[in-house]
Each structure stands twice: as C-alpha cells, then as structure tokens.
Design a binder for this molecule. Structure first.
Ligand code: ADP
Length: 214
C-alpha cells in the first residue's frame, strides 16, 4: 500500500500561510498492519433510491463481521450536521462533495474502509475526490438502477414530490445524473438482491487484496 501521508490539497478555503502541516507520529503503514486490511474509500454513486445507502450498509456489516475497521458516511445524515448549512444549488452540491471528500480522506488516514453514499451526480466532483486520494484509495461503486425502478421504489417519497413540482432540481427528473463510464465496480441492482450486490463489492476488495495488510 502507499504511505502517502494525508496531504494538503487546494481547497476553496482561504488558508493562512502561517498554517504549517504537523507530521503524524503513527504512519498509515503502521495503522494498516494493526488493522489487518488496507484503508480505502468506497464511493457509492447513483440515483436517489438506486440502493446506495442500503448496499453501503450491507457491505459495511459484512466488513465489520470480518473484523475490518469501517464507517459509513451517508448523504442525508451528513446534511443534518457537518453540511447542514448547504442546500441543493450547484455551488452547494459541489461544496457538499468537497467536504465529504475531505472527511473520507481523514478516515482513510485513520486506516478505515469508509463507504460513502451520495448521489454525487457530476463526474467532475467525483473525480475531484478521486484526485484528493492516493491511487487505489478511491473505488467508485456505480449503483446502476434504471430511473423507472428508482421511481417505483421511491423509499422516501421524493420522486412523487419531484413529479408534483414540490422539489426542484431533483436528480433524474429536472437535474442531470452523469453516470460513471469507468467505475471500478458496476452494480446492476434490478435483477439482484441486496446481499448479492454487497457480495460483488466484497469480492472486488478480496480480489484486489484490500482485505489483507500485505
Ligand atoms: P439511495 O441511498 O440510493 O437513495 P436507498 O438505499 O435509500 O437508496 O433505497 C433503496 C431502496 O430500494 C430500499 O428500500 C431497498 O430496500 C430497495 N431495494 C430493492 N432491491 C434492492 C437492491 N437490489 N439493492 C439495493 N436496494 C434495493
């Protein structure tokens, strides 16, 4: 695995030149050895209702049962706290993803396998987060569910509201979703149960040696 330290990146913040990076005394290789697996971000992207949160949590449970150190960052939950000041304008959506990318990066630095469940509709934003992490520490997981099925599931009743004009800029209805073209993992949920979808992710991690510290 890489021992690239959590590094500074260009952000939208006006950082003072007096802010100096403090080197951590525990390296990520040492954390990785203790944890017995490699740290990585599993970036779940897909339409609302596609199954991001459901599958991310199923993956998290499987990894937890394998004694991995994990966490799930969920779009709706983060908007209750850290990103509670943001709304759904294009600018705020970008800032939402930028902050989540930074938090995910901290979790990776702490040695965790972090699953994030955000629609993250724009390719440029997802690539921005990929660019914030070392190679192999960002895995894009495309939860590919046709719009018609998402709308049929409508777990939170949001499509109904969007169709009624009560929610504006709703992804898939009147706001674009840019599907990944080269996601590391492409999960087509329409014909599979949640467990099969989650196992597809676990199997990728196993095959690519993420679940070992070597
Ligand atoms: P998202 O996080 O993408 O908005 P959710 O996970 O909140 O989506 O909701 C997806 C809904 O679809 C849940 O009610 C879930 O039980 C249902 N569902 C049915 N089949 C699947 C599947 N194969 N994978 C994921 N979710 C599924």
């Amino acid at each position: 695995m890489s021992d690239v330290p959590y590094r500074e990146v260009t952000t939208s913040c006006n950082k003072s030149s007096d802010v100096v990076w403090h080197q951590a005394s525990v390296s990520r290789i040492e954390r990785c050895k203790n944890n017995g697996h490699k740290p990585v971000v599993l970036w779940f992207t897909g339409l609302s209702g596609s199954g991001k949160s459901t599958i991310a949590n199923a993956v998290d449970k499987m990894l937890h049962d394998l004694n991995c150190h994990t966490y799930v960052l969920d779009g709706d939950n983060v908007r209750h706290g850290l990103n509670g000041d943001l709304n759904f304008t294009d600018t705020d959506r970008v800032e939402n993803i930028r902050r989540v990318g930074e938090v995910a990066k901290l979790f990776v630095d702490a040695g965790l396998i972090v699953s994030t469940a955000f629609i993250s509709p724009f390719i440029a934003d997802r690539e921005m987060v990929r660019g914030q992490l070392a190679e192999k520490e960002f895995i894009e997981v495309f939860i590919d569910t046709p719009l018609a099925i998402c709308e049929q599931r409508d777990p939170k009743g949001l499509y109904k509201k969007a169709r009624a004009g009560e929610i504006k800029h709703f992804t898939g209805i009147d706001s674009a979703y840019e599907a990944p073209t080269q996601a590391e993992i492409h999960v087509e949920t329409a014909e599979k149960c949640v467990e099969e979808c989650a196992l597809q992710v676990i199997s990728y991690l196993t095959q690519h040696s993420y679940l070992t510290s070597k």
